[in-house]
Design a protein around this ligand. Structure first.
Ligand code: IMP
Length: 432
């Protein structure tokens, strides 16, 4: 079936970029439906590493057409920088290959200043946002005071609209947060340039996708972040401001309910989280250093967008079951199996225990109050072999195979693929 969806089953950073890259070899359209440049997707092809924040990672395949759907909030400056980066790397980005929904919202420097001012005002209750203006842009959208890509199409009115928007934000910045106002004249001038550059890309992408799906074209929806950061289903309030789950695809793309093929969950072999919020299986000390890496490789556990070291911990099977249910997952891609090589034993959280000793196989009230639970672990034997050159299931050590089968059992969903390194070719298909 033509519409396939890839989502993160954790707190983002599951390695979705490289999976999209693989799946898009078989897709005609690669589309983003949520978030903005808070996302960071890393793809390594022939030792060349791309870090993408807005443009769907599948655009690296020359046959694909990329779409930024209406569910996004787009910083035009970041978008143009990313377009230039790809063009300089020899990847064509032009209005024939990239389309932007007229209904996607714009992020302005006013939103970014507000994001930072609000975080500072939260004090100890900080969310740890990426500081990209995501929350304030979605707030403006819901408050019906946002600027949309459509506004860039009226060249003679862009300046006035951006000015009016910034006057409101500056008032808030100065009076509510005693923060510096943004330079309105400079931002207006920039947006007039962005309007000129981006206008040829702006269309009704929902109509284009509907037609494509009806013609049997294969569309890959690339989720940003992961379910535990979803505005409705994540560990609120330590979440992002969009619907990141599979069901967000339809509103975020402006298409009706079309038949869905696969809903693939990207799951890292361990959990990671950037920013604040509960994390039941979090580790510190030597084990955390082992899982995180030193930062010397682009795929070590440091934020693609912010460079912050990620918090890390054991795989949480309770949250994986939750991700399966909310997304309706058909299969999992398990990433970074190679990172576990060298461990004598590997822990997987199979249940939660509360202060009264009650055990839960699934979170009792969504992912509320996760900090009140203790993880119940099952321990599996590790393996010593380096997996980075393995390409066939039969060549994986028995302990690694057993680990993959255990994840299937705990998650209640089959694993279709495991990754054993950052390169496009470093994957192993998992037999049913
Ligand atoms: P915001 O999306 O910048 O508002 O940040 C809200 C929360 O989501 C923070 O904890 C961020 O660290 C987290 N977050 C946002 N985008 C990503 C991502 O792509 N990967 C991992 N964490 C993210």
């Amino acid at each position: 079936m033509p519409l396939n969806i890839l989502v993160g089953t954790q707190w983002g950073d599951e390695g979705k970029g490289r999976i999209v890259d693989l799946l898009s070899a078989r897709s005609d359209y690669v589309v983003r439906y949520n978030g903005g440049d808070n996302a960071g997707h890393t793809v390594t092809v022939d030792r060349q590493t791309f870090k993408l924040h807005l443009i769907p990672s599948g655009i690296i395949h020359p046959h694909t057409l990329g779409i930024l759907g209406n569910g996004l909030v787009i910083n035009p400056k970041s978008l143009l920088t990313e377009m230039d980066m790809l063009t300089n790397a020899g990847i064509a980005v032009n209005p024939q290959r990239l389309k932007i929904s007229y209904a996607a919202h714009l992020i302005t420097p006013g939103h970014i200043a507000l994001d930072k001012a609000k975080e500072a005002a939260r004090g100890k209750g900080q969310i740890g946002t990426t500081g990209r203006g995501i929350g304030p842009a979605y707030t403006d959208k819901a408050a019906r005071s946002g600027l949309r890509m459509y506004d860039l199409l009226s060249a003679d009115q862009v300046g006035a609209k951006v000015r009016a928007h910034l006057e409101l934000i500056n008032h808030q910045l100065v009076t509510q947060y005693t923060a510096e106002p943004v330079d309105i004249a400079a931002v207006v001038a920039d947006f007039e340039v962005y309007a000129q550059k981006l206008a040829p890309y702006i269309i009704d992408t929902g109509a284009l996708l509907d037609e494509a799906l009806n013609q049997g074209k294969v569309v890959l929806a690339e989720g940003a972040q992961g379910i535990l950061l979803d505005i409705d289903h994540g560990s609120y309030p330590f979440v992002t401001s969009s619907n990141v789950t599979a069901t967000g695809v339809f509103t975020g793309l402006g298409i009706g309910i079309h038949a869905v093929g696969k809903v693939t969950g990207a799951t890292k072999c361990f959990q990671s989280r950037v920013g604040a919020g509960p994390f039941p299986t979090e580790l510190d000390g030597e084990m955390a250093l082992f899982l995180r890496g030193t930062g010397s490789n682009p795929w070590d556990e440091f934020g693609t967008t912010t460079g912050r070291p990620r918090r890390v911990g054991w795989l949480d099977g309770v949250l994986l079951r939750y991700a399966r249910r909310i997304n309706g997952l058909t299969d999992l891609v398990l990433t970074k199996l190679d990172v576990l090589s060298g461990l004598r034993e590997i822990q997987v959280c199979v249940a939660y225990r509360d202060a009264g000793g009650n055990e839960y196989a699934v979170p009792p009230m969504g992912v509320c109050d996760l900090e009140t639970f203790q993880p119940v672990y099952e321990s599996l034997p590790g393996w010593q072999a380096d997996l980075t050159k393995v390409r066939q299931w039969k060549d994986l050590p028995e302990a690694a195979q057993n680990y993959v089968r255990f994840v299937e059992k705990i998650g209640g969903v089959p694993v279709s693929l495991v990754s054993v390194g950052p390169e496009r070719s470093q994957v192993v298909e998992v037999p049913a």
